[in-house]
Ligand binder design. Structure first.
Ligand code: DX5
Ligand code: ZN
Length: 215
């Protein structure tokens, strides 16, 4: 199975976001990764549910919504109603991870959980049956264009063993490039998020192919 690519629109031209999403769709993106930041959980502000709703008609690909917000539970229904296919929240941003994940699924959405670089994978031990996707942060969240933290490769390998045969995707986010993608895939990633590596030049299709290792 080939790895899935989820371009992050954090690096897109925000003045032309709908066109950018449509371009990623035609360029072969598997998911469209939407980074939601609150200026509190992470030191940056981006977009809210109204933007997700506006982007929904621009693509039939899955909208992979990464919530870097705290508190998170009060905003989950709005992001699901806006058309998110996957809602991923941070284990560090909820006191009741099990409850937050149940809330996402109860609304008919796939539930993802994300771990910051310093958070051990053991926090997921008792929620594996409530998770559809695990998002391994390979940078400290908040900004695009940072460098990949190599220690995350070990975490990806441990998570691969931990999920065993369960239907859970492992997604890796932050500093992923065509150069380090083979190591990330070998460690066990199913989905690569990439912002700068997709938007670094105008040929998004070529940049996506390069991340898959197909030139
Ligand atoms: C970081 C975001 C990432 C980021 C990826 O907080 O969650 O999705 O935008 O961008 P690059 O690929 O440039 O690290
Ligand atoms: Zn992200």
């Amino acid at each position: 199975m080939t790895v899935k690519i989820a371009p992050s629109i954090l690096s897109a031209d925000f003045a032309r976001l709908g066109d950018e999403v449509a371009a990623l769709d035609s360029a072969g993106a598997d998911y469209i990764h939407v980074d939601v930041m609150d200026g509190h959980f992470v030191p940056n502000l981006t977009i809210g549910p109204a933007v997700v709703k506006a982007l929904r008609p621009c693509t039939r690909k899955l909208l992979d919504v990464h919530l870097m917000i705290e508190p998170v539970d009060p905003y989950i229904p709005a992001f699901v109603e806006a058309g998110s296919d996957i809602v991923t929240l941070h284990a560090e941003a909820t006191r009741h991870l099990d409850r937050s994940l149940q809330l996402v699924r109860s609304l008919g959405c796939r539930a993802g959980v994300s771990l910051n670089p310093a958070t051990p994978e053991s926090v997921l031990a008792y929620v594996l049956d409530k998770v559809d996707l695990i998002l391994v942060m390979s940078v400290n969240p908040g900004f695009g264009g940072q460098s990949f933290i190599p220690a995350c490769l070990d975490k990806i390998r441990r998570l691969r063993d931990m999920v065993a045969g369960r239907p859970i995707e492992i997604e890796v986010d932050g500093g992923v490039t065509a150069a380090n993608a083979p190591a990330v895939i070998a460690a066990g990633a199913d989905v690569l998020v990439a912002g700068s590596a997709v938007f670094c030049s105008a040929d998004y299709a070529a940049n996506i192919r390069a991340l898959r290792g197909k030139l």
